[in-house]
Write a new protein. Structure first.
Length: 263
């Protein structure tokens, strides 16, 4: 088997793109539903319970559960946790924490994937700046998606902004193609590595920059999932699933009321 063939991104038909739109709309609604429960004193397990109730009521499943052995239905990454934080009754949120909630529901066999970093109570000025810049990085990455452009343009736009603001960009985790599978080609680095594959109509993938206050380096805890900054400083992340259509870039993981200002 020619491995180069397997690495080609799948291009979706317009009817399959409609199926992805539904899964991604569900992901956006689910994310904000779960975030509505954030307050000092609740645990990240409480958030997982809310997520499971929401998907179960609708007959949806959760991509993370049992994915290569992952034990919960969402990821909850607090403060120095970069990504893949496992919800736990031992992790109680307190005033001033930042937390990324990452949800990936499966709707009729299609995966949506979105995350945001939220404040618990009142953030420190440093945490506020990191989280704001990280959301800006996602927007810059999305704005860099153009017909005839390349995958590498995305990471370049993200890294230029993060570095100009004095932050670093995680390299150990990347965005990814998504559809009937959770993670597919192409890989979407959030830093500049190479110009990479051409962006084409029908491609659907995530952009999910993880931006750090200090070092870009990460390590994984003994639970085999939780990735943390090696210096213990803060990390933030925002994620959208996007599609390339005739009209350009479409952000799929928005709620009905939202539009996407590409500023
Ligand atoms: N939602 C994550 C992503 O954005 C993946 C989580 S995989 C898990 O790609 F197994 F950790 F849940
Ligand atoms: Co993702
Ligand atoms: Co995700």
């Amino acid at each position: 088997m020619d491995s180069r063939i397997e690495e080609l991104p799948e291009l979706l038909s317009s009817s399959d793109l409609d199926r992805m739109r539904r899964a991604c709309r569900a992901a956006a609604d689910m994310l904000w539903h779960v975030a509505g429960y954030l307050k000092p004193g609740i645990t990240t397990q409480d958030l997982d319970d809310v997520a499971v109730a929401w998907t179960t009521e609708r007959g949806y499943k959760n991509g993370p559960l049992n994915y290569y052995g992952y034990p919960r239905s969402i990821c909850t990454s607090v403060n120095e946790v970069v990504c893949h934080g496992i919800p736990s009754p031992k992790v109680k949120l307190k005033d001033g924490d930042i937390i990324n909630i990452d949800v990936s529901p499966i709707v009729d066999g299609w995966f949506g994937d979105t995350s945001r970093t939220f404040f618990v109570g009142t953030p420190s000025p440093a945490a506020k700046k990191l989280v704001e810049v990280t959301e800006q990085c996602l927007k810059k990455g999305i704005a860099a998606v153009k017909h005839g452009g390349r995958i590498g343009d995305i990471g370049k736009a993200i890294a230029d902004h993060a570095h100009a603001q004095g932050f670093s960009v995680v390299e150990d985790f990347v965005g990814h193609g998504i559809g009937r599978k959770f993670h597919m080609p192409p890989q979407v680095p959030h830093y500049f590595k190479e110009r990479g594959a051409r962006l084409e109509k029908g491609m659907v993938f995530t952009i999910e920059p993880m931006i750090n206050e200090g070092t870009y380096r990460t390590r994984t805890l003994k639970d085999k999932w939780t990735a943390v900054t090696t210096d213990g400083k803060l990390s933030a992340q925002f994620e959208h699933t996007i599609a390339i259509t005739d009209k350009g870039v479409e952000v799929l993981t928005l709620r009905e009321s939202e539009t996407y200002p590409l500023a």
